[in-house]
Design a protein around this ligand. Structure first.
Ligand code: SF4
Length: 240
């Protein structure tokens, strides 16, 4: 049986559901030259010089805005989304994520990472009833965004969530993404602790499913196995 964490009872949180009403606004993505995080702007500037054919900019979300499922990762990977311009595309994390989405019917077509190419060419992958985004849209050095950068980029995650009028469930890949979602919704972190495999019932009928991040590091160290990852999406599929 899926582990379901119910919504805590008691005093309403600041995110008591009102933030989920009227989710009809279009998603406003960050501009390609968003300059709100100076450290990340400097880093992507260096990479634009070194790799002029890479994306090297805020990475737009992938998938339809009318989807019921939103998957939230940490941020673009160096050789992944920062190179290709599509979330989770081009590195190991994408191999596991998109293979899993294909298996559970949330994606169709063929996923191609194009690891050997400077300029990635779009493949035939499309998402079905799913959208993929990141808590931080620009590549952070060492894959470690600063708390201030996560907080600054939260406005774009908020726009994603508020713009998805059919949204039913969010899958957070890793603790940082989980906490970014909880903060974006104005909820208390202590009421929704990150727990791999858990599904938190949020105000407004939304659910938040947690998974360890599907990074190569996590799979190489056994923190996350492909089976554990599939089990999360099996639960998500059962709810949609
Ligand atoms: S991480 Fe987000 S807020 Fe910061 S510069 Fe990139 S797009 Fe702008």
């Amino acid at each position: 049986m899926p582990k379901v964490i119910p919504r805590p009872e008691g005093r309403p949180e600041s995110g008591d559901g009102r933030h989920l009403e009227g989710r009809l606004d279009p998603v406003e993505p960050p501009a390609g030259d968003c300059a709100l995080c100076p450290r990340l702007v400097e880093f992507r500037g260096e990479l634009r010089t070194k790799h002029p054919h890479w994306h090297n900019a805020p990475v737009p979300s992938f998938g339809g805005q009318d989807a019921r499922l939103l998957i939230v990762g940490l941020g673009p990977g160096l050789m992944g989304a920062n190179r290709t311009g599509r979330p989770f595309t081009g590195d190991y994390a994408g191999d596991l994520l998109y293979a899993t989405l294909l298996e559970f019917g949330f994606a169709s077509g063929a996923y191609v990472a194009g690891r050997d190419t400077e300029a990635w060419l779009p493949d035939t992958l499309t998402l079905n009833d799913a959208r993929v985004t990141n808590a931080v849209r620009c590549l952070p050095p060492q894959n470690k965004p600063l708390p201030a950068e996560i907080a600054t980029c939260r406005r774009f995650l908020a726009a994603e969530i508020s713009g998805m009028k059919n949204l039913k469930i969010i899958v957070a890949l890793g603790r940082v993404a989980h906490e970014a979602v909880v903060a974006t919704l104005g909820l208390r972190q202590r009421n929704y602790p990150f727990t791999h495999g858990a599904i938190h019932e949020l105000p407004g009928g939304l659910a938040l499913a947690d998974s360890y991040h599907c990074s190569r590091y996590n799979t190489n160290t056994g923190v996350l196995t492909p089976k554990m990852f599939k089990d999360v999406f099996r639960k998500v599929r059962a709810r949609l």
